[in-house]
Design a protein around this ligand. Structure first.
Ligand SMILES: [Mg+2]
Length: 258
């Protein structure tokens, strides 16, 4: 632990004093793209909610339940992306937050259990190709299902997980090398998220933004993780600006529900 050389950490390239890690689905976007596909193209909302409840109470792995959800979607992958672009909307304040972060050397790193081509396509649609390309995305991926020729045929795709963890993507693994940097080199770390896939990341950063009204808020309260709720990225922008300018410190910002 803590032995990762700084050069191997891509978000340090511009020597930032702050790094902003964030979940994608339900955090940068207003809806969860995987839930949307499951509810509308796969086995439906009722079955999905039942599976989610099992994950929250610790009865089953996030990964197993997530695989089952996505396996129920047999729509060709290109059609899935088309449907998502038509239905998923961006958080109201994200575009402004993104522009501010870029101008102020605060790298945004997207950590997602979702599939990279979907995240890239949605971000390119919302922000532009070049802007989307400038963001580091660490996520799961997609592959042709055995016996099929293309992800763009019926039943042709499957999710390929980022790692072997029960989350399919242990987000804490990505953040920890930054968190373990020595004093003086270590930037202040933020994280924004909304749900079960963010549980592993919640304890690693200096300040966690948890989406108001979502599962992550309850988890933070139960586990004493310092957090602040947000309704949109406008709230996050206000707080991060105040911290970057030195007006308040991260500890003062961890006020819980607001
Ligand atoms: Mg989410």
């Amino acid at each position: 632990m803590g032995s990762t050389p700084a050069a191997a950490l891509p978000a340090l390239q511009t020597k930032p004093k702050f790094i902003f890690f964030t979940d994608f689905d339900g955090t940068i976007t207003q809806q969860d793209s995987n839930d949307f596909m499951t509810d509308n193209l796969g086995f439906g909302a009722e079955k999905r909610k039942l599976a989610n409840a099992g994950v929250l109470t610790g009865k089953r792995d996030f990964r197993d339940s997530f695989t089952e959800m996505l396996d129920s979607v047999t729509t060709p992958f290109d059609k899935c992306i088309e449907t998502l672009i038509q239905n998923i909307t961006l958080d109201q304040g994200f575009k402004e937050f993104f522009a501010w972060a870029r101008e102020n050397n605060v790298p945004i790193v997207v950590l997602s259990g979702g599939m990279e081509p979907i995240i890239r396509a949605l971000l390119a649609h919302f922000l532009g190709e070049e802007e989307a390309g400038s963001m580091q995305i660490v996520s799961s991926n997609v592959a042709v299902r055995p016996g099929k020729k293309s992800i763009d045929e019926e039943g042709g795709w499957m999710i390929v997980y980022h790692d072997d963890s029960g989350f399919g993507h242990d987000k804490s693994l990505e953040i920890r090398p930054y968190a373990n940097l020595p004093e003086g080199e270590r930037p202040v770390l933020f994280y924004a998220g909304d749900g079960v896939s963010d549980l592993s990341a919640a304890k690693e950063t200096d300040l966690l933004f948890a989406k108001a009204g979502r599962d992550l808020v309850t988890y933070c309260e139960n586990e004493n993780v310092p957090f602040q709720t947000f309704h949109s990225f406008y709230d996050i922008l206000d707080t991060v600006k105040a911290i970057v300018s030195g007006e308040i410190n991260v500890k003062d910002a961890a006020i819980g529900r607001k």
